[in-house]
Write a protein of this length. Structure first.
Length: 200
């Protein structure tokens, strides 16, 4: 009985916390230029990462691919950022690289994504955008969840092989990014851009 009660409170929270700001910012109106740009940057960044992961897994196997992720994930994010004028990154509730740890706003959105997923929303179309004030600057911020696919669990799953576990421990002594199942939210893309005049 106690359990049932807390379940229903969670459901109410999920709908008030997540769905209304989402509709107001991301879907309720004609998409802004900012959200269109953010969506296409996420596609480009995601496909750069996937390409590097896939080719290194295929040609040299997961241990080498792990090294490639270690050395290339940062530069790929930097390159996508400097080409676009946005800050483009990945974050998660459980990070491998501590440089990817979420800030307060990202943490709130990551929790919001978990609630929306639990309420049955599809990860494919899930996103959140908001213009926030940071000091004297208006910053447009956008996040999109990254689902865990079959290939990901080799390095982020609950049953990672010994060799990979050892290599991860060597490269990331504080690794927290294991235990994910296919379909879980592995993390999220997080983009931001300083805007001179709010478009939304
Ligand atoms: C070959 C091993 C390997 C595979 C397979 C792999 N990853 Fe990772 N992943 C890593 C490493 C290493 C990092 C840390 C990269 C860095 O230093 O920035 C990482 C980091 C991440 C991050 C950034 C947040 C964090 O934890 O630091 C996300 C998000 C992520 N991976 C998602 C995925 C997804 C989604 C897949 C499947 C499509 C996947 N990974 C497959 C090794 C892997």
């Amino acid at each position: 009985m106690k359990y049932m009660k807390s379940m229903s409170i969670n459901v109410v929270l999920a709908s008030t916390l997540s769905i209304s700001p989402f509709l107001a910012n991301a879907e309720g109106m004609i998409p802004s230029e900012n959200i269109k740009e953010a969506r296409s940057l996420v596609k480009a960044f995601g496909s750069d990462l996937k390409h590097v992961l896939k080719t290194s897994m295929k040609s040299e196997g997961p241990i080498k691919a792990l090294e490639v992720c270690n050395t290339q994930a940062g530069p790929i994010a930097k390159q996508n950022s400097s080409l676009s004028g946005w800050d483009i990154a990945r974050t998660s509730l459980k990070v491998r690289n501590e440089n990817n740890a979420p800030d307060e706003w990202e943490l709130t959105v990551l929790h919001q994504f978990e609630k929306r997923k639990a309420a049955g929303e599809n990860l494919k179309t899930m996103e959140y955008a908001e213009t926030v004030q940071q000091g004297d600057k208006s910053v447009y911020r956008y996040m999109k969840p990254i689902p865990t696919a079959g290939v990901c669990v080799q390095c982020h799953g609950g049953n990672v092989g010994d060799e990979i576990t050892k290599k991860v421990a060597l490269l990331y002594p504080n690794d927290n990014a294991t235990g994910f199942n296919i379909g879980d939210i592995r993390g999220a893309f997080s983009l931001q851009k300083i805007i001179t005049k709010p478009i939304d």
